[in-house]
Design a protein around this ligand. Structure first.
Ligand SMILES: Nc1ncnc2c1ncn2[C@@H]1O[C@H](COP(=O)(O)OP(=O)(O)O)[C@@H](O)[C@H]1O
Ligand SMILES: O=c1ccn([C@@H]2O[C@H](COP(=O)(O)OP(=O)(O)O)[C@@H](O)[C@H]2O)c(=O)[nH]1
Length: 273
């Protein structure tokens, strides 16, 4: 089994930067009894996840220095629009998971290009290892850039992670292995409003998923897979819900208030430094 684990982790370039990680550190899955039915694919996927966790040992970034705010809401709720405004207010690094996936899809030579294109067109969620790795790399680049401004001194950083995590497995993987999140900004509005906004955006966006067929699939995935993520973080008191039906400026004011409360230690998980 260890060789399968390594092949999968190798294919995804997911080994830790420390190449000295010993073979023995790879967690073997619990042996299956002879009488039980075996699901090879599920076993391999679980083994790969265990291998990734074992290879990392702990989260990549120091949660006492790095602030991560997840930005969620249905397709077209206005996540990207609001992130652009919040960057100006608070000096965040804005990372859109969808933009990172589209960039990887279009990168010449990417082994994931066609796979990402298919998932996005079908409104499905790209396997988490790819998205988490793209986010981790982009965060590392931003932290290494040596940015100026509030929240970026002495190894600190602040990130708006837009359109992620869309599924519980991604949420767990990111919180455990990359950095524990501080808050979820959750933008809500009706499907009717989101559809209207997306069809309008589709007139100029050039996005392969801004069409009625893909949009319906995205709404379905959002309800089935992303809403449980919101529920999970609500139980941890980490969700700031904002009605996104109002004008861009009104929504912006509400979002700004929520972030100010986080930095004041009134809501969410405050970065300790
Ligand atoms: N509050 C709003 N009122 C009206 N249109 C909006 C509002 N917020 C965003 N939009 C528009 O709706 C579309 C979708 O917004 P976007 O920020 O791209 O959404 P998301 O990132 O959630 O998919 C864009 O064309 C944007 O200009
Ligand atoms: O963590 C993520 C984020 C996005 N996507 C894919 O990228 C698409 C577009 O996401 P984006 O956030 O760019 O757009 P939105 O649907 O919110 O307008 C989604 O439908 C998914 O197919 C994904 O697989 N994993």
């Amino acid at each position: 089994m260890a060789s399968i684990v390594h092949k999968i982790a190798d294919a995804l370039h997911l080994h830790n930067h420390d190449e000295s990680t010993p073979e023995a550190a790879v967690t073997e899955p619990t042996p299956v009894k002879e009488s039980e039915p075996r699901d090879e694919a599920a076993e391999a996927a679980k083994a790969a996840e265990d291998a990734i966790i074992a290879a990392h040992h702990k989260a990549v970034f120091d949660e006492s220095k790095v602030t991560v705010i997840f930005v969620l809401g249905g397709p077209g709720a206005g996540k990207g629009t609001q992130c652009a405004n919040l960057v100006k207010d608070f000096g965040f690094c804005h990372l859109s998971a969808g933009d990172l996936l589209r960039a990887e899809q279009n990168r010449p030579g990417s082994q994931y290009g066609e796979m990402i294109r298919t998932y996005i067109r079908e409104g499905q969620i790209v396997p988490m290892e790819v998205t988490v790795k793209l986010l981790e790399n982009a965060m590392r680049d931003a932290l290494n850039e040596g940015r100026d401004g509030e929240g970026w001194q002495d190894g600190r950083g602040r990130f708006l992670i837009d359109g992620f995590p869309r599924k519980m497995d991604q949420a767990d993987m990111f919180d455990d292995m990359v950095c524990k999140s501080s808050l979820v900004l959750f933008f809500t509005t009706t499907e009717k409003e989101m559809l209207k906004r997306l069809l309008k955006r589709g007139e100029t966006s050039g996005r392969e998923d801004d069409n009625e067929d893909s949009i319906k699939k995205r709404f379905h995935v959002y309800k089935e897979q992303t809403m449980p993520v919101i529920e999970h973080y609500s139980k941890e008191d980490k969700v700031a819900t904002i009605d996104a039906t109002a004008t861009i400026e009104e929504v912006h004011e509400k979002a700004k208030e929520a972030i100010a409360k986080l930095f004041a230690g009134e809501i969410g998980r405050k970065t300790t430094d």
